[in-house]
Design a protein around this ligand. Structure first.
Ligand code: AQP
Length: 330
């Protein structure tokens, strides 16, 4: 079976971007691949979270993954910090990563803008740690959203550099999505991608109540002046259709598409339909996740079992890496 790795940072409530970019692929891959999915708690330390919040977020990410349909019997589900081999590989890869290339990464530049008072080295070396997460299991496929495409390219570069310098060890991992393209779920205010740390009103969380879902969708931006016939669809409207494609029935979608073509569409109706379909989609996940979060012993058992499996795989890689580098003495 091909090896698959992916992680989600424990920086807040999971949202539709995390679901459609990452988790949906996890669920589809769990039968046919050897899967390692983790909560990226180390990665979240770059923003200095409160320890209390961090712990709660880790358990919520686990619970929301399982509530979405991930089967911990089939995949290794673990916390990144439970696998110290990742930190060791991170150190080794840091020797092959160059300051200049790390400084050029757009997500690093974004963070410098967002948190100028805290430009720590962890932010700079984020792509190296991410590469270690993946390469430690010698994974070949990485289900992620479009925002991670460039980080994957860096993982391939580091793998290649290691292989060229020390000898073949790592396959070159590729970003993966079950449609043709990697997906990017836009925020409801049309200002960028949905993300855990951005505008709450413009992000649909898996933990949102029915009322919150309805309210956010009804407030989503649709304002655009009258359109010339044949003009491209405005981005805000395309965003609503994109969400609809994820959760609504095909016949419903084509009705609205036709209405749009005929310039007979009422955006209020489109949003109402989308809101109801979204409520139907999110509610069962939210309820199941709430239930699971009450059962800490169960979540702990899963984390431990996942960590054991992940460590066994990681230890083999590190043993081989140490040998190739020349730091295996005994
Ligand atoms: N909007 C999105 N569309 C598609 N995929 C997305 N992912 C995140 N947002 C979208 C995918 O979810 C996985 C986990 O990524 P993450 O933990 O970095 O998620 P985030 O919501 O972007 O997290 P943060 O912590 O809130 O980050 P920023 O700093 O961006 O605000 C990945 O596979 C990602 O592609």
């Amino acid at each position: 079976k091909e090896i698959v790795v992916s992680g989600i940072r424990s920086t807040g409530f999971l949202h539709l971007g995390n679901y459609f970019g990452a988790i949906r692929n996890y669920i589809r891959m769990q039968e046919d691949y050897d899967c390692y999915f983790f909560v990226a708690d180390w990665h979240s330390l770059t923003t200095h979270p409160d320890p209390k919040d961090l712990r709660g977020n880790v358990f919520r990410v686990l619970a929301e993954n399982i509530a979405s349909g991930l089967d911990p019997e089939k995949v290794a589900l673990y916390a990144q910090s439970d696998v110290p081999e990742i930190a060791e590989l991170y150190l080794l890869l840091n020797m092959l990563a160059y300051k200049g290339e790390l400084e050029k990464v757009p997500t690093f530049k974004d963070k410098v803008r967002l948190q100028p008072q805290n430009v720590n080295a962890g932010l700079l070396t984020y792509p190296v740690l991410m590469s270690a997460d993946i390469l430690v299991h010698r994974a070949v496929k990485v289900p992620v959203g479009k925002d991670q495409e460039q980080h994957l390219e860096m993982a391939r570069n580091f793998a290649q550099r290691f292989n060229n310098r020390y000898g073949q060890l790592f396959p070159e991992p590729v970003a993966f999505n079950f449609g043709d393209n990697l997906i990017r779920i836009p925020s409801l205010d049309g200002t960028g991608k949905m993300s855990k740390s951005e505008n709450e009103m413009a992000t649909l969380y898996l933990a949102d109540t029915d009322e919150q879902i309805r309210k956010k969708i009804m407030k989503a931006k649709t304002d655009s002046g009258p359109l010339e016939p044949g003009a491209p669809m405005p981005e805000t409207i395309a965003n609503l259709f994109l969400l609809m494609q994820q959760v609504s029935a095909p016949a419903v979608i084509s009705d609205f598409e036709r209405a749009y073509q005929d310039q007979a569409i009422r955006y209020g109706d489109l949003k109402k339909q989308l809101a109801e379909d979204m409520v139907r989609f999110i509610a069962p996940i939210r309820e199941k996740a709430q239930e699971l979060q009450q059962d800490k012993p169960y979540l702990n058992r899963i984390m431990k079992a996942g960590a054991e499996k992940a460590r066994a795989s990681a230890a083999q890689t590190l043993q081989a890496a140490r040998k190739l580098i020349g730091i295996d003495y005994y």
